[in-house]
Design a protein around this ligand. Structure first.
Ligand code: SF4
Ligand code: SF4
Length: 93
């Protein structure tokens, strides 16, 4: 189900290689200062100022960069404990 809860609930980060694959990540995400970076985290996509969802979630609750979305999004499994938690937090049955 495309409820988009996971794209507007947990902090979302992308890596340099994610940004190489999808250049919009550099344009629309916020680059993490070098000294704050941990591991593969290089860009923040949520939360961002003035947005209440990930920068790439459209009005239909679909990902604008689905084919080239970050690795963390690729690994997120519908029906997983995190999915259920995201939906619970947002009051989605
Ligand atoms: S990049 Fe796409 S799939 Fe990943 S959190 Fe943002 S809208 Fe959701
Ligand atoms: S993975 Fe879960 S929370 Fe994310 S869009 Fe699908 S049903 Fe909603």
């Amino acid at each position: 189900m495309d409820c988009g809860a996971c794209c507007r609930c947990f902090p979302i980060f992308a890596s340099e290689s994610d940004a190489e694959r999808e250049p919009k990540i550099k344009d629309e995400g916020i680059r993490i200062d070098d000294y704050l970076r941990k591991g593969l985290i290089a860009f923040r996509l949520y939360p961002l100022p003035f947005l209440d969802t990930c920068a790439f979630l459209n009005e239909d609750k679909l990902c604008r960069i689905y084919e080239t979305r970050p690795e963390v999004c690729r690994k997120f499994e519908p029906g997983s404990d995190q999915c259920i938690e995201a939906r619970r937090r947002l009051g989605i049955e």
